[in-house]
Write a protein that binds this ligand. Structure first.
Ligand SMILES: Cc1cc2nc3c(=O)[nH]c(=O)nc-3n(C[C@H](O)[C@H](O)[C@H](O)COP(=O)(O)OP(=O)(O)OC[C@H]3O[C@@H](n4cnc5c(N)ncnc54)[C@H](O)[C@@H]3O)c2cc1C
Length: 327
């Protein structure tokens, strides 16, 4: 990917930042107050908070948000049903109003240093410095390897019924998954449709009690291995089975493994949660002084509103650390 500034900010503009006397030393362009790695909903929200607080920010984003393929986002107050691309474009317009925020398209590949002096290197050859660091990396969804499924992801296959359940109310839905946590998932999904099957894609490990539970909720279990998800331009039509069966469905739900792209963070020693997410406290601080994290890489509750809120929280907490002496 070509390195490209979304917004060109001159060094004169960066140096013209008005910082109240006595608050902190002026910030030259070579040392930003904050580098944000990951400039999607959460990172951009933090950038807005930081720009509004007149802090110098470098936001580095590889522009690969997890919902890139989704035609319409839901359950976001004031923007319900908006296209994610439009949400991101509007977010950039909002942030661009703040001359102390610079947005760079690129990929961070190495992060090092300590509180007051972090260094971020990018795949494009850049080397950037900051006092504080915010990681808003999102997660990478690892889908099961089933032909056709990736083409439907984000269009008619998704994880979250709170985002995409209403649109398929009372349609034929399928869950793909064989672990016991899919029992609760299926019962939850019945809130949106009672026309529901669980495709275990091979023999399941459900106990008799779990099978009874599904039967009680009128959820059919299909154990034959899946040959392919049949679709038209991402719109699911049917699940084709290796035993020759073919079951019509309108949408699929599944919870893929979500992985934080954290290889570049190893030298920092950030503590992870049991689920492999970046562990943060109530103001989005990690265990490493000066390093904050927000958005999907910190929570299993994946929603735009939550990602934005945690970005706001991280941005505010960073300003606090920069401005208010700790002793
Ligand atoms: C299929 C799908 C449908 C969804 N639908 C909805 C919905 O309808 N409503 C809703 O509220 N939520 C929805 N969500 C959830 C929502 O999209 C996420 O909660 C939200 O995108 C999280 O924002 P984020 O900023 O934390 O991460 P992301 O939006 O995933 O962005 C992370 C950013 O960090 C960048 N990045 C990562 N590593 C690096 C690096 N090393 N260097 C530079 N940049 C990097 C990525 O390129 C990306 O731009 C959906 C999610 C999915 C997967």
């Amino acid at each position: 990917m070509q390195r490209r500034d979304f917004i060109k900010t001159s060094s004169a503009a960066m140096l013209a930042v008005m910082i109240p006397e006595g608050n902190m030393i002026p910030t030259p362009e070579s040392m930003h107050d904050v580098i944000i790695v990951g400039g999607s909903y959460s990172g951009m929200s933090a950038a807005l908070t930081l720009g509004h607080a007149r802090r110098s920010v470098l936001l580095i984003d590889a522009n690969e948000p997890c919902n890139a393929r989704v035609p319409h986002s839901h359950n976001l107050l004031t923007h319900d049903g908006e296209a994610p691309a439009e949400l991101r474009a509007q977010a950039r317009r909002d942030v661009a109003r703040y001359s102390t925020v610079r947005m760079l398209e690129g990929r961070a590949i190495e992060v090092s240093g300590s509180d007051g002096a972090f260094v971020v290197r990018t795949a494009e050859g850049g080397e950037h410095r900051s006092r504080k660091l915010l990681l808003a990396l999102g997660v990478r969804d690892e889908l099961p390897s089933i032909a056709g499924l990736a083409d439907c992801w984000g269009i008619t296959a998704a994880a979250c019924p709170f985002c995409h359940g209403y649109e398929v109310s009372e349609r034929a839905l399928g869950i793909i998954g064989s672990s016991p946590d899919n029992i609760q998932y299926a019962i939850l999904l019945r809130n949106w449709s009672r026309n529901l099957r669980v495709f275990t894609n091979g023999a399941s490990t459900f106990t008799d009690e779990q099978r009874d539970m599904l039967q009680k909720h009128e959820v059919e279990v299909v154990e034959a291995p899946i040959a392919e998800v049949l679709h038209e331009k991402g719109r699911v039509k049917a699940v084709s089975l290796t035993d020759g069966g073919r079951i019509a469905v309108d949408a699929l739900f599944l919870r893929p493994r979500s992985v934080v792209p954290s290889a570049m963070l190893q030298s920092l020693g950030i503590t992870l949660t049991e689920q492999g997410l970046l562990q943060v406290d109530f103001v989005q601080r990690t265990n490493v002084a000066g390093v904050f994290a927000s958005g999907d890489c910190t929570t299993p509750m994946r929603a735009l509103s939550v990602a934005m809120a945690s970005g706001t929280m991280a941005g505010s907490a960073i300003v606090h650390e920069l401005v208010v002496p700790s002793h």
